[in-house]
Design a protein around this ligand. Structure first.
Ligand SMILES: *[C@@H]1O[C@H](CO)[C@@H](O)[C@H](O)[C@H]1NC(C)=O
Ligand SMILES: *[C@@H]1O[C@H](CO)[C@@H](O)[C@H](O)[C@H]1NC(C)=O
Ligand SMILES: *[C@@H]1O[C@H](CO)[C@@H](O)[C@H](O)[C@H]1NC(C)=O
Length: 250
């Protein structure tokens, strides 16, 4: 999943969230700094472009430098170290830690990408966080929801009374291609498959093939009209995250 983030749709959302996180870090720093000071926000995990960028932080005219360049670790203007959760390596923290430099983490992806973060004492390492958890400083559990009204949207809803006669379609759909997950969801689906017929189109437990027109749809094109129309024929859709963690949904 992670390697796909630079696809347009998702990257716009991610970058806006990151800018937001950077602004919050900058506003936090501003409390301690005078106006002429330009703090450096150093992405310790290689996530943003490497070159230094001057970014606007907050509503007032206030700027900071956002960079991936680790040479800034000795910069006297260093204000915060930013980490991208899915790319944190346990052996790669700048130690000894300087407690005046904030550590902030952005971890919107699956908890499975950095399992140590499931533990409270690892979460406590960071002064600011933006994660799927409502308990983080700036929670982003609904980041891919483009509009809150989608939660009650009926565009693709087919009432039960209109479904009769659709004998070709079994009533349960499963579409997953990440089959080796900490939660072992395929096991549950396989067991359920002993009792009800399940159409499985993804790589996991595959027993159906998408129509040609659907085969080249980007899996991250979450609201694709044709795909939505196709899956709406099903009465039930199995939806299980790849990791079980409080507040984690996609
Ligand atoms: C950041 O968190 C660490 C670990 O809890 C703490 O020691 C440090 O004082 C905090 N730094 C700031 C600037 O709040
Ligand atoms: C989140 O915070 C609330 C209130 O402080 C607490 O009751 C709850 O246990 C926390 N949940 C997690 C998953 O940390
Ligand atoms: C796959 O196909 C078989 C035979 O049609 C069916 O019994 C089963 O429920 C299907 N789904 C899964 C997930 O095994």
């Amino acid at each position: 999943m992670f390697c796909l983030i630079f696809r347009n749709f998702k990257s716009i959302l991610i970058i806006s969230t990151l800018v937001y996180l950077a602004i919050q870090v900058a506003l936090y720093l501003k409390i301690f700094m005078n106006d002429s000071f330009t703090p450096v926000l150093l992405w310790w995990t290689p996530f943003m472009p490497k070159y230094d960028r001057l970014i606007d932080c907050g509503e007032e005219h206030y700027q900071c430098i956002s960079s991936n360049n680790r040479d800034h670790i000795t910069n006297v203007n260093l204000g915060a170290l930013l980490y991208y959760g899915s790319q944190i390596e346990n052996h790669d923290f700048p130690l000894p830690r300087n407690n005046n430099i904030l550590w902030a983490v952005f971890h919107e992806e699956s908890p499975k990408n950095y399992a140590p973060y499931l533990y409270e004492n690892i979460q406590m390492l960071f002064n600011l966080s933006s994660t799927f958890s409502r308990n983080s400083s700036f929670p982003v559990p609904l980041q891919y929801l483009t509009n809150i009204n989608l939660l009650i949207d009926l565009t693709y809803y087919i009432p039960l009374r209109n479904r009769h006669g659709d004998v070709e379609t079994s009533s349960v759909l499963y579409v997953q291609s990440d089959c080796d997950t900490p939660i072992d969801r395929d096991k549950i689906v396989k067991e359920l498959g002993k009792y009800v017929k399940i159409d499985s189109y993804g790589a996991c437990l595959n027993n159906k093939t998408f129509p040609l027109s659907l085969q080249n749809i980007d899996p991250l094109d979450l609201y694709n009209r044709e795909y939505m129309t196709f899956i709406s024929k099903y009465k039930f859709i199995i939806s299980i995250e790849n990791a079980a963690c409080y507040d984690y949904i996609t």
